[in-house]
Write a protein that binds this ligand. Structure first.
Ligand code: ATP
Length: 453
């Protein structure tokens, strides 16, 4: 039964009087989950865990609310802690399976889900059953995911002690395929491309290559696209690592696998190593205080520092939508000492992006300039959505009429009306951090963008 607002308030009031009452707090947290109030539920589970850090029920609850809020890597850290315990309930394996599915690793997800069903035949999760093609009582050989189709390739014989192999791309995209972002392109040129191309010049000035560039800003504004184009620009290999990929490794093997990831990049130098959602890694150190998370971050930092092997020829880029969650240790010199704000594209950049996106498509003198003016607040991804919508509509019309119809300004303007600019929400959060926790002027660029400074 979903609790009423009054019942919730009564629980909150009771906790004001008796803040250390763990069962009461747990009950409140669970009620909040039922009502979809995940942030408040998270805060209560954390308070409960501050009192009793090993409480399995609260750990499970916390992992669940992380999952519901898409904080996948944080959820995985907690689940890994639960998996180290004895008598693991089926619910933990179910949660693990759901996280592995999100990380794209269906093979391990299927293993986790089977484990859950073995412990408790009633634990069937309809969504997982459908996604993984597994039903209770089914033989392990009958599933749809006997082959690993995840982004990370698994060890050759499947044993946890074998080194991981990561996908390596050879991108063809260049800076010219990225509209706008001129300031960020310049920084990347100076900071990481030129030292690679002209090492002697840099050495002559006593400057060595090293350290990475961290990009932050609203989602969909081209951070990943630019990282990929950086590799294309210097004809380098490209490895893109989501932090959930890193945390997704075998328990107890994470540091070794992280080291292997850097080693693979070094073997394939020149190589752009791109970490998406890098904040998730930083957050786990400060927020979670879990041994596993901390070791992983320390390993990450020492790999960045090139402690055991040189990072020559390895260009390190990272991106985050939430720089405020990033551990301060990441910003030290030689690590991510260049933190660049990637704003939404301005009118000129939107014009350039639209032109790039329409290249090679049948068009009829589209006025990109005029369209760009109408798309205030659009991210690059929003513009892509708009172009895709116009293309699909035109394609349908062409099929109906039996001839190829070109895309015109009006088609794109009509598509633009269907897109909701996605960057405003991000600025609502960013503004608060920029105004109230802007140590060392880290977020001055945001204030400048919002015309608040
Ligand atoms: P997130 O923070 O959500 O990972 P992001 O900033 O990394 O987002 P991308 O994934 O690079 O954004 O952008 C999404 C898509 O939008 C890209 O694949 C590309 O097609 C398009 N796009 C975004 N910015 C640009 C740009 N400046 N020029 C051309 N295309 C762009």
């Amino acid at each position: 039964m979903i609790p009423s607002e009054e019942a919730l308030q009564a629980l909150r009031d009771a906790l004001v009087v008796s803040p250390d009452n763990l069962p009461l707090r747990r009950h409140l947290a669970k009620s909040l989950v039922q009502m979809g109030r995940y942030e408040e539920a998270e805060s209560n589970f954390r308070q409960a865990l501050a009192q009793e850090p090993d409480n399995s029920e609260c750990l499970l609850g916390l992992a669940e609310v992380y999952l519901y809020q898409n904080k996948n890597s944080a959820a995985l850290v907690v689940v890994e802690q639960l998996l180290r315990k004895n008598d693991i309930p089926a619910a933990v394996h179910i949660l693990h399976a759901r996280l592995l599915v999100r990380a794209g690793n269906e093979r391990l997800a299927a293993e986790a889900y089977r484990e859950a069903l073995e412990i408790d035949g009633q634990a069937r999760d309809p969504e997982l059953s459908e996604q993984l093609g597994i039903e209770p009582g089914q033989s392990p050989f009958e599933t749809a995911f006997d082959q690993d189709e995840g982004r990370l390739r698994t060890p050759v014989d499947g044993g946890p002690s074998d080194p991981m192999e990561y996908d390596i791309e050879r991108p063809k995209t260049k800076f010219a395929d990225v509209g706008g972002m001129e300031a960020v392109k310049d920084e990347i040129r100076i900071k990481i491309i030129l030292p690679l191309e002209q090492p002697d010049l840099f050495k002559a000035y006593g400057k060595s290559a090293g350290g990475g560039v961290l990009m932050y800003g609203p989602p969909g504004c081209g951070k990943t696209h630019l990282a990929r184009a950086t590799a294309g620009e210097v004809d380098a290999a490209f490895m893109s690592i989501g932090i959930s990929d890193v945390l997704d490794m075998w328990i107890g093997q994470s540091e070794k696998n992280l080291h292997e990831l850097f080693e693979q990049a070094r073997r394939n130098a020149p190589c752009v190593l791109f970490f998406d959602e890098v904040d998730a890694l930083g957050a786990s150190r400060t927020d979670m205080r879990q041994a596993a998370g901390r070791h992983l971050i320390n390993q990450f930092l020492s790999e960045l520092d090139g402690v055991s092997s040189t990072n020559e020829g390895v260009l390190i880029l990272a991106a985050t939508n939430a720089p405020w969650h990033l551990d301060a240790a990441f910003r030290r010199p030689g690590r991510f000492d260049r933190i660049l704000f990637v704003p939404p594209p301005d009118a000129d950049a939107r014009d350039a992006i639209l032109q790039i996106m329409l290249t090679g498509k049948p068009t009829d003198s589209v006025d990109c300039r005029q369209l760009a003016k109408k798309c205030e607040g659009f991210s690059g991804a929003d513009l892509k959505g708009m172009v895709d919508t116009a293309v699909e509509a035109k394609l349908r019309e062409s099929i109906k009429s039996g001839r190829l119809l070109p895309i015109g300004t009006r088609d794109l303007a009509a598509a633009a009306k269907q897109v909701k600019p996605s960057t405003r929400e991000w600025f609502a959060t960013a503004k608060n951090y920029a105004l109230y926790s802007n140590q060392g002027g880290t977020y001055d660029e945001i204030l400048k963008y919002l015309k608040l400074s």
